[in-house]
Design a protein around this ligand. Structure first.
Ligand code: GLN
Length: 525
């Protein structure tokens, strides 16, 4: 097993996750089997309880792990399915060590950050790397992204664990990539001082980078690279520019041009291999069409909806259709805001804020034959809108939102849940699709597996009446309604599951493909 550790300097938000995923893609295009681990140095056990407006989307893995959005980037870039093991947090590490201490496993010893915490970190990294298989084959390379910024108190035990691994593993089994900021001054000159300082901070942790990735707006000149090389003891060829790309999927292509592949393969003794460029071709297919899609949101931060954005992009590339997103504030819009869009998406969400606006947007789509895709909460609101405006049950709502007729009710197993962390209906689940419905045609199957993250469901007491009124529940798992659609020409479909979590450039999600195709067909603008 070879390890590539990716650390970050200067500031957060430099695109370490995309850099990590891109290095993985570069190796994958050369036939290596790659897996990836994200370390988040916060004390939360997982991302499930974190406010998405602060932290970005909570990504959901097949085993139900609620994790940082970077794991979504790894899955999309690398076409892999990760598990909760691939998300390591300070919370998980300390909990495990403290549980062992209570159990008496340390036999009276004093439990300390070194060696007990660092041992637990190393054990978990190795376990995540070694346990990953695809068709019975183990990974060749494991990427490990250390979240946070070098110099933070929080990430110190993780950097110490990496330092120990450098000493323990053969030199050719481990490479360190440090991502830093290389700002440009008014004259357009690249400034290397922040990089010098962050490499210095890294060295204080006992780590020496093998590769420096400089995030900048334009490509660094050879003389800037030489300067970084001189100050930071890294060969010039291992100073790689990560200039701002048009699209994140183009980052690996840019890194190829910078010579990342041979630098990494030399460091890890992986020999010479040329790349299969099919993936690069796929993510740069020319657009011949363009649509505008409204996403009605309450959080107002694009990172909250990253999987939806990416799923639209995947479907769009497949159909050579550029998808422009118009973000609509659920609490502040009028019907006129939809005049220039070709379709409407109602994404997932929690709590009552913004739901009346979302319900109005659904009514608009239903009445005006505008393609509509509802996701999770969006599915529940499709049901509520139908009950209110077609069945005439004006007080219909979800139990989550307050008093009224609860056409959406709490899942039975959720009734007595008091802990919020990791207790929703989460992860992969098998779903049956009704033959002859739109959803079944989109998937081309009557059994599918998709991921969930919710606590409420369509109230079984009302299913028959709602269906009688014309809303078709075309997907279900047991007694649980999973898909709702209208049997009509214009696309009107909503899912209780989140199809965006499984969408990748190579396998665009069927509901998204259907939606984008419908928008392109009925294009209004
Ligand atoms: N709040 C809703 C529920 O818990 C929907 C969740 C979501 O959209 N992810 O059921």
């Amino acid at each position: 097993m070879k390890y590539i550790f990716v650390t970050g300097g200067v500031m957060s938000g430099l695109g370490k996750g995309i850099t990590t995923a891109s290095i993985g893609r570069i190796l994958k295009n050369r036939g290596f089997l790659v897996t990836a681990v994200k370390i988040d140095p916060y004390l939360n056990i997982d991302a499930g309880t974190m406010n998405p407006a602060q932290h970005g989307e909570v990504f959901v893995l097949k085993d139900g792990g609620e994790v940082d959005l970077d794991l979504g980037n790894y899955e999309r870039f690398l076409d892999i399915n990760l598990t909760s093991k691939h998300s390591i947090t300070t919370g998980k590490i300390y909990r495990a060590v403290i549980e062992k201490e209570r159990h008496g496993d340390y036999l009276g010893g004093t439990v300390q950050i070194i060696p007990h915490i660092t041992d637990e970190i190393k054990r978990r990294i190795k376990d995540a790397a070694e346990s990953y298989t695809e068709n019975g084959r183990k990974a060749d390379v494991c990427l490990v992204e250390v979240g946070g910024t070098v110099g933070d108190i929080e990430s110190m035990p993780f950097l110490e664990a990496v330092r120990q691994l450098v000493g323990e593993l053969p030199k050719s089994d481990i490479a360190l990539v440090h991502v830093t900021l290389v700002p440009e001054d008014n004259m357009g000159d690249h400034k290397t001082k922040p990089t010098q300082h962050s490499v210095k901070a890294l060295r204080e942790s006992g780590l020496h980078p093998d590769v420096i990735v400089g995030r900048c707006i334009t490509v660094m000149s050879p003389s800037t690279k030489r300067k970084i090389s001189d100050f930071c003891d890294v060969p010039s060829r291992a100073v790689i520019t990560a200039a701002t790309a048009k699209d994140t999927y183009e980052v690996p292509i840019e890194m190829e041009k910078e010579g990342m592949a041979s630098v990494i393969m030399d460091l890890l003794g992986l020999g010479e291999r040329s790349a299969n460029n099919d993936w690069y071709r796929m993510v740069t297919v020319e657009y011949t069409n363009r649509i505008t899609v409204a996403v009605v949101t309450k959080y107002g931060v694009e990172d909250v909806y990253i999987s939806i954005k990416e799923a639209l992009k995947h479907a769009g590339r497949k159909l050579s259709t550029e998808v422009i997103i118009k973000w609509i504030d659920a609490e502040n819009f009028t019907d006129a805001d939809f005049a220039d869009v070709d379709g409407i998406i109602i994404p997932g969400g929690f709590g009552p804020r913004g739901i009346e606006g979302k319900i109005n947007a659904i009514r608009y789509a239903r009445e005006n034959n505008v393609p509509l895709l509802g996701l999770c909460l969006g599915f529940q609101l499709v049901v509520i809108e139908y009950c209110r405006n077609v069945l005439g049950w004006k007080d219909s709502t979800s139990e989550e939102m307050g008093p009224g007729k609860h056409v959406i009710a709490i899942l039975p197993e959720q009734e007595n849940v008091t802990n919020l962390g990791g207790t929703m209906r989460l992860g992969d689940c098998e779903i049956d699709l009704k033959k002859g419905t739109r959803i079944e045609k989109l998937y081309g199957a009557t059994k599918i597996v998709e991921r969930h993250r919710h606590r409420y469901e369509v109230n079984p007491a009302y299913i028959a009446e709602i269906e009688k009124a014309g809303l078709v529940f075309s997907g279900s798992s047991g007694t649980r309604m999973e898909v709702g659609e209208l049997n009509r020409d214009s696309f009107f479909l909503a899912t209780q599951f989140h199809p965006e979590y499984k969408s990748t450039p190579s396998h665009p999600s069927p509901p998204y493909l259907g939606f984008v195709e419908a928008c392109a067909k009925s294009k209004r603008v």
